[in-house]
Ligand binder design. Sequence first.
Ligand SMILES: *[C@@H]1O[C@H](CO)[C@@H](O)[C@H](O)[C@H]1NC(C)=O
Ligand SMILES: *[C@@H]1O[C@H](CO)[C@@H](O)[C@H](O)[C@H]1NC(C)=O
Ligand SMILES: *[C@@H]1O[C@H](CO)[C@@H](O)[C@H](O)[C@H]1NC(C)=O
Length: 380
Amino acid sequence: MGLLKLRRLLVLRILGLLIGVTTAAGGSGNCGFPAVYNFGDSNSDTGGISAAFNAIQPPNGETFFRRPSGRACDGRLIVDFIAEKLKLPFLSAYLDSLGTNFRHGANFATGGSSICPGGYSPFHLGIQVSQFIQFKSRITDLFNRLHSNNRTSTSINRIARPQEFSKALYTFDIGQNDLAYGYQHSSEEQVRASIPDIINTFSEAVQQLYKEGARYFWVHNTGPIGCLPYSILYNKSPDNRDSNGCVESQNEVSREFNRQLKSRLLKLGKKLPLARIIHIDMYSAKYLLISKAKTQGFVKNPVKFCCGSYYGYHIDCGKREVVNGTVYGNPCKDPSRHISWDGIHYSEAANLWIANHILNGSFSDPPLPIDKACQAPRYA
Ligand SMILES: *[C@@H]1O[C@H](CO)[C@@H](O)[C@H](O)[C@H]1NC(C)=O
Ligand SMILES: *[C@@H]1O[C@H](CO)[C@@H](O)[C@H](O)[C@H]1NC(C)=O
Ligand SMILES: *[C@@H]1O[C@H](CO)[C@@H](O)[C@H](O)[C@H]1NC(C)=O
């Protein structure tokens, strides 16, 4: 190596050290999260439920991946935009055994999952956390074996670094299915009464992860479930509508869930001395989009969705059914003009809009962008 090259390398090294120091001291640098571990439902499932049960069918994935990608969406999810923002690859689903790479994190989210057991999916939050614990312990063991064998094998490049678990960002988007399942199987009042239990279960999950070494938590609250076309179509009462056509009583339960979630996160921040917890008001971000649909380039009709149909019953996106000689369940021509992709899940265009509004910190408390989430104050 030439002297000049060596000097340049040294300068870079020293610069690197300086940057490292400012970051550690809570300066203006980015956190440089080396990995993301995500927990949630279909809002952030990048292939888990699709690998575990029935593969998600076309036209899902058509906009971005040009093929089904395990996501209930025409393209990318908010968790994908998080990965892009942090300059990390898209997260592989923990349950997917093919073509995965866990070097920079893993996704434990699965479609249908709720915080509490007994909902639509067996993979409730407690299971996702125990999957993470097993993942961490097996990765640590595997890494150490590969490392001590001094193998520069490709497999070591596909797994997380054990020392990075405490530097990673832990992201959450879950709770919507606890409410949705509740509405299907009990009264709204019962759903509201169940919120403290759901929040307790969520809090236990965070504390378990903290015990495992997790430090940085990025928590989305739950969205306006009463604005999903599905909720609107199945709740006919016209006097239970807000100015955007959403089911007001269901949104009010979501807001109550979110009030309790936020106050619990504050308590957790005080209880866990090394935790940095950021709460993201996903509800307000999604509701803002729905309120401003028209000026943001989306169709305004709140029950409009792109893929699938509703004829008194729901024909799922990707399923074809002949009703009176016409085939339904096909996608619309312009998914990017629809906030809702399939009546339940947001389109890629909506996800991008939401990501652009939440990842820069404007809906965060404390108001930090995601790449500076490690700078949240300690409450303890
Ligand atoms: C590991 O392998 C490298 C490259 O083959 C070699 O230079 C190094 O000495 C080895 N280290 C140990 C601890 O065996
Ligand atoms: C199908 O056609 C029948 C007879 O014309 C009509 O009564 C029914 O409403 C139609 N169903 C749908 C879903 O359009
Ligand atoms: C975040 O981005 C959105 C969308 O571009 C913008 O409206 C908002 O003002 C930004 N907020 C901050 C704090 O940068």
